[in-house]
Design a protein around this ligand. Structure first.
Ligand code: NCD
Length: 321
């Protein structure tokens, strides 16, 4: 059951994941997201004026990287950008050494994306500034979780208190590789939603039952669809080895793709989400991704506000309550 709004506060320096947060902490970040979203993803003041945010993106990214950069700039911060190519990582420097070097120039927050699960937690032990996880291996992607929760709450009229109880949400597809799914599952459970993880055993092992405080596991997508209020579709992450032994893209689509025919089984008011990038014609049909139920572009827009909220909260630039 959600805590009362009065206990919604944030006092942490880092955001490494949604797993382990109290619901009040999560709701404090969502409430701050609302403040920025209501200003169209902008800020009336510049709480990070004179501060510096560094993006360390050691894995490819389009929307997450761009929205962290926009978020930091809209709060008034200076932003520096690094990737593994073109930095001293290619000369053998460790990410922790690199982070300490950057921090010594007077940086207030490090935003890190890495293929290794746990690397933001390692950096957080190496530096004293804020560390924000922008996706680590298949572990967590907490700011995507926050923007997904906000987008869903907004659509369902649950912005007041962010109580998602009574809503049934499926996360479908490559859960084994998905850091987004883990953050979403923790967050949805924390806010009281019913969560069902859907996919073949290779991508959704039976052991995922109970994850995040109470997820169900289901194999038959068609049977689950009419019971849902929202469905979050995931990409097959071929670059992490998923896809081997799954059969062809056509076979996968016929069992687990959100095709136009399948979308017709959903409740009238049920919505479709996807963190992107999408493989159109595999896990989701283009017509569904672009259709009336789709919140895909709203998710991207909310991402800037969610990252503004997290940067303000973790650097202490804004007191959240
Ligand atoms: C995801 C990621 O990189 O974790 N995308 C994102 O950040 N919005 C999902 C994916 O790559 O499939």
């Amino acid at each position: 059951m959600a805590e009362s709004r009065a206990t919604a506060t944030w006092t942490r320096r880092h955001l490494l994941g949604l797993g382990g947060l109290r619901s009040g902490e999560l709701r404090a970040l969502l409430t701050a997201t609302r403040t920025y979203a209501e200003q169209g993803g902008r800020s009336d003041d510049r709480p990070l004026e004179g501060r510096t945010v560094t993006n360390l993106f050691f894995e490819d990214s389009t929307r997450t990287r761009a929205s962290f950069t926009l978020a930091a700039r809209r709060l008034g911060a200076d932003v520096i950008e690094f990737s593994s190519v073109g930095s001293s990582l290619s000369k053998g420097e460790t990410p922790a050494d690199m982070a300490r070097v950057i921090e010594s120039m007077g940086v207030d927050a490090l935003v890190i994306r890495d293929k290794w699960a746990g690397s933001p937690a390692c950096l957080a032990r190496a530096v004293s500034c804020s560390v924000i996880n922008a996706g680590d291996g298949s572990h967590e992607h907490p700011t995507q979780g926050i923007l997904d929760l906000y987008t869903l709450a907004e659509d369902k009229g649950r912005l007041d208190g962010f109580d998602l109880s009574g809503l049934r949400v499926a996360i479908v597809g490559d859960l084994a590789s998905s850091r987004v799914a883990r953050s979403d599952a923790w967050g949805l459970n924390l806010l009281g939603a019913e969560v069902v993880l859907v996919g073949p055993k290779l991508l959704v092992p039976d052991s995922y039952r109970g994850f995040g405080g109470g997820c169900e596991v289901a194999r038959d997508f068609d049977a689950v669809l009419p019971t849902l209020d929202a469905v979050i579709m995931l990409r097959i992450q071929f670059e992490r080895g998923s896809g081997a032994a799954l059969g062809t893209a056509r076979e996968y689509r016929s069992a687990y793709g959100l095709t136009e025919d399948r979308a017709a089984l959903m409740k009238d008011e049920a919505v479709v989400m996807h963190p992107g990038p999408m493989n159109r014609g595999v896990e989701i049909d283009g017509s569904v991704a672009d259709g009336e139920r789709s919140l895909v572009l709203r998710q991207v827009a909310v991402g800037v506000s969610a990252r503004m909220a997290v940067l303000s909260a973790c650097t202490g630039a804004a007191r959240l309550s």
